[in-house]
Design a protein around this ligand. Structure first.
Ligand code: C5P
Length: 244
């Protein structure tokens, strides 16, 4: 019965840790490291919105047409093996990270039919794995009963610096100002969206990461999760895995 717990009605329940927050707050790196530490799966929900965006761009789908996006998302086969992203059997791990995909993702993120489909996909992913998931709406909407919820923030400048370093590591040429502007626009849209707006869940712990290293943030969250695992019905089994 590893990684799941028998509930009163006899069903199994997996554990979910959610990490939400604005662009460039370090969610992916922190979530991936935490998942490794726990022996759980990592779910990057931004990657799903990016895959749909990439498919729309490649197929010349009208990004402003809700009907066209709804049809598109119903035809895609997406898989997230550890460390990779596959679209219809093709490795698109790098292709979804370009500036063009990032900029165009807003249309896809605003589409109700895309969100509905991706929410179902995300819940299905969690049905048979314990997961650490990151995105904008994980604690509020997709997993309201998550075991632990966090909301990661950092100053706009620090977030832009972190994202710029990622672009530069991939050889993409983009300015600090452009990344900062892009984040500001995306964050404003993500927060103002009527459907699944980006915001901390009422029961989320806010983690301010400006000036902290990734290691420090991971250690802080790991400690908090360990404490809650020890107190929970799942007992110390998960907590032991975390410290080993
Ligand atoms: O996190 P990432 O930058 O990869 O996300 C790409 C875009 O997907 C974001 O700008 C956001 O608009 C959207 N997104 C979302 N809901 C999520 C995850 C990402 O709307 N759960």
């Amino acid at each position: 019965m590893s990684g799941s717990s028998l509930t009163d009605d006899g069903s199994f329940m997996t554990r979910v840790v959610t990490i939400d927050g604005p662009a460039g707050a370090g969610k992916s790196t922190v979530a991936r490291r935490l998942a490794d530490r726990l022996g759980w799966r990592f779910l990057d929900t931004g990657a799903l919105y990016r895959v749909v965006t990439l498919a729309a761009l490649r197929r010349g789908v009208d990004l402003t047409s809700e009907a066209a996006l709804g049809e598109l998302v119903a035809t895609l086969t997406v898989s997230l093996p550890p460390g990779g992203v596959f679209l219809d059997g093709q490795d698109v791990t790098q292709a979804i990270r370009t500036v063009e995909v990032t900029r165009s993702s807003r249309f896809v993120a605003d589409s109700p039919s895309v969100r509905r489909r991706l929410n179902n996909w995300q819940r299905a992913f969690a049905a048979d794995h314990d997961i650490v998931t990151e995105g904008r709406d994980q604690g509020t909407l997709v997993f309201p009963d998550a075991f632990r919820k966090y909301y990661l923030t950092a100053s706009a400048e620090e977030r832009a610096r972190r994202r710029l370093a990622e672009y530069q590591a991939r050889g993409e040429s983009v300015s600090f100002e452009a990344v900062l502007r892009d984040h500001q626009e995306r964050d404003a849209r993500d927060a103002a969206r009527a459907l699944a707006p980006m915001k901390p869940a009422d029961d989320a712990t806010i983690i301010e990461t400006t000036g902290s290293t990734i290691d420090q943030v991971v250690a802080r969250l790991a400690e908090d999760i360990q404490r809650h695992l020890e107190q929970s019905s799942w007992g110390v089994e998960g907590a032991r895995r975390l410290t080993s």
